[in-house]
Design a protein around this ligand. Structure first.
Ligand code: ADP
Length: 675
């Protein structure tokens, strides 16, 4: 590659897209400057960049939207280019211009192109002049209500009212008949004004069964413009994309070529440069209409990368450097099929309400040439109220649609997130849905099929309880041998210190409103191989039935054998929260406090000696309130000191031995008040 002018890029964004841009820029030998808000001080994009600058409070308006401050940082850090990503300032013409005025390359189109496409009405007027097909509608300046009503009546119902400055599906109203028009108009204008500060609305024919098909195009400064084929983004909730694919199923070669040419015409009409997306409504009869042009990189650009083998961020940088597009139209072709599923922290069972919180665990599917994950989050990070609740994008590729879809199902089943509600199971249902498999899709797909896809109920089977019970039993023995300094503490040796005839533990799990229990009895492990491994054997009583359960834990997986049936169930543990994952379903179980390390009712409140020895210190008195983990008594046995600690918060009823006393194994040392 020829010498690049751009040698240091400030990425005016966060999350997965910032990480995505950094990955390519670094590969190209370009230094990366990240910016971060309070909420993002240890975010992935900050860690991946060569340097990172604090920009302000967590709210976007105080941080990622602070154009002046961002430019200031670009100058102080000697970045000679800014990549805006998507969202935030990516389609802000003033910001693009300010960059140019400061001699900083804006990796995006010229200001005028952004302005031309920033208004849906403006864009449509330009497109009409360029002979680009439009849905029948009114995009004029005169916004009098009576005129808009007349125009709507002329178009014929249903009509769609949109905010001209709108985006992300906001400020759109479908009106079914003339008598509802004024009410909808008023409410659309109110929302448009409060969300976008502009209440101008176009009115257009509402197509009842369209698909959303968009063309990825690219233009350089040398008059070259090409298209990189299409993406189908028809599956939407609240007019927002959920799953995208490339190429669009069933699109003829001719239509693809026509759409591609229209996209290039549209781009040329506004003097476009860089990566852009021209969105179309593709109607049942094969006709298509210009909807809008997004003057930036799209969230769903990876599906295009997968079918073309190109890196679109690299192309953006090449074009921004003033170089020619690397390939000509005839050198481009579609290879195979790709899907992108957007993994969100949201609740499909509650109208996709965004969720926030800590991602206590994130386990990814096996990554390969076929499976890619773009994310700005790792286990332990949080999804905050401040930004989009997207956790990751899962992108898969294969030779055809059916194989790619099969891969998507597999990868979703192996995508594990704990700590908050996600749409993973919903996406898996979607990828398994017959109509979706048959590519019987349009923008109303989820209106039609949403209910069946959201019908996600996970019942807690004995198998799940056995896995959960095993995890708890094994996790305790791991803790006792690996993480405790006091390896002789009786609370750490669960398997035999009480020397009951049949040592058993009651483990209780809360799942939603239901309580489940597993009674675990220790059993000798007979296999010779097991002696050196962490393999343990138990007899579990679950719902009145007995199960022989054995197994071990390894890297967030429970390897278990239930009565001779071996299986592996993924899991994540965060304190008393245990989440099990199987076939894209998950079970979030709360391990009830009183069940951890607890025994049969009689012994529950008391504390006994783990081995014969001498009491050398008593640290509590009758009546004391003790906390879990607090040291109670120190014993000497086998020439070592052993501190015996409380396993939960309790009140001491009686201390039964004094310093110097000899105690037998199993002797009761302290009794506690019953709760
Ligand atoms: P936004 O900028 O808010 O994303 P768009 O104009 O891109 O709004 O439209 C978003 C979605 O709304 C489209 O993908 C499509 O599903 C639907 N839509 C937009 N215009 C029409 C129309 N005239 N008829 C039917 N559906 C439409």
């Amino acid at each position: 590659m020829a010498n690049l002018k751009i040698n240091k890029i400030l990425i005016a964004n966060r999350g997965e897209i910032a990480c995505r841009i950094i990955r390519t820029a670094k590969r190209m030998g370009i230094e990366c400057v990240a910016i971060y808000s309070d909420a993002d001080s240890s975010a992935q994009h900050v860690q991946l960049a060569d340097e990172a600058w604090h920009i302000g409070n967590s709210a976007a308006k105080d941080s990622y939207l602070k154009a002046d401050k961002i430019l200031q940082i670009a100058k102080s850090s000697h970045a000679n280019a800014v990549h805006p990503g998507y969202g935030f300032l990516s389609e802000n013409a003033d910001f693009a211009e300010a960059c140019a005025l400061n001699n900083i390359i804006f990796i995006g189109p010229p200001k005028d192109a952004i302005l031309a496409m920033g208004s849906k009405s403006e864009a449509k007027i330009i497109m009409t002049k360029a002979n680009v097909p439009l849905v029948q509608g009114y995009h004029g300046e005169d916004q009098s209500k009576s005129l808009l009503q007349t125009e709507a009546d002329k178009i014929g119902y249903p009509v769609l009212i949109k905010a001209t400055a709108g985006g992300g599906g906001k400020g759109m109203r479908v009106v079914e008949n003339s008598s509802d028009f004024l009410d909808s108009l008023n409410s659309c204008k109110r929302e448009a004004l409060s969300s976008f500060g502009d209440d101008k609305v176009p009115v257009e024919k509402y197509l009842t069964k369209p698909r959303h098909v968009e063309i990825q195009m690219f233009a350089d400064n040398h008059g070259n413009a090409i298209h990189l084929f299409e993406r189908d983004c028809s599956v939407q909730r609240r007019h927002q994309k959920v799953i995208e694919e490339a190429p669009a199923p069933g699109l003829s070669v001719e239509t693809r070529e026509q759409m591609g040419q229209v996209a290039i015409t549209a781009a040329k009409a506004i003097g476009y440069r860089g990566a852009g997306t021209v969105e179309f409504l593709y109607d049942e009869d094969g006709s298509f209409y210009f909807m809008e042009m997004n003057t930036r990189l799209q969230v769903e650009h990876p599906v295009t990368e997968m079918i073309t083998g190109l890196d679109l961020v690299e192309w953006q940088i090449i074009v921004a450097n003033g170089m020619q597009l690397p390939l000509k139209q005839q050198e481009l072709s579609i290879n195979g099929h790709a899907f992108e599923a957007r993994i969100y922290a949201e609740d499909p069972n509650n109208n996709f309400l965004p969720a926030t919180g800590r991602v206590s665990y994130m386990g990814l599917p096996q990554l390969s040439d076929n499976v890619r994950v773009d994310s700005g989050i790792i286990s332990g990070d949080s999804v905050s109220i401040y930004y989009d609740p997207m956790i990751a994008k899962l992108i898969v590729w294969d030779k055809d649609r059916a194989s790619a879809l099969a891969r998507l199902r597999g990868a979703l089943a192996d995508f594990h997130v704990a700590g908050l509600t996600t749409n993973i199971e919903f996406l898996h249902q979607l990828a398994s849905n017959d109509a979706f498999n048959d590519a019987d899709i349009d923008t109303h797909f989820l209106d039609k099929h949403g209910e069946e896809l959201c019908d996600i109920s996970t019942s807690v089977t004995p198998e799940i309880l056995a896995a959960a019970g095993l995890e708890v039993m094994l996790e305790q023995s791991v803790e006792s041998t690996e993480s405790s300094a006091d390896q002789f503490s009786p609370w750490n040796e669960k398997s035999g210190w009480r020397l009951n005839e049949d040592n058993h533990h009651l483990i209780e799990f809360q799942h939603g409103d239901n309580l489940f229990s597993v009674m675990a009895h220790f059993r000798e492990s007979h296999s010779r191989d097991d002696q050196h491994s962490k393999h343990k054997t138990f007899l579990f009583e679950i719902d009145g039935k007995e199960y022989q359960v054995s197994g071990y834990l390894k890297a967030n997986k429970i390897h278990l054998n239930i009565d001779g049936h071996q299986l592996t169930i993924s899991c994540s543990r965060d304190g008393s929260k245990l989440v099990l994952f199987k076939n894209a379903s998950n079970w979030a179980l709360e391990i009830k406090d009183n069940s951890l390390a607890e025994l049969d009712q009689e012994e529950q409140a008391n504390l006994t000696a783990p081995m014969p020895g001498t009491i050398i210190d008593v640290l509590v008195n009758a009546g004391d309130n003790v906390e879990a983990g607090q040291a109670l008594i120190v014993m000497e046995a086998m020439k070592m000191e052993h501190t015996i600690k409380a396993h939960k918060n309790m009140q001491v009823s009686e201390v039964l031995y004094a310093v110097g006393d000899l105690v037998d194994e199993g002797a009761e040392l302290i009794s506690f008040e019953e709760e």
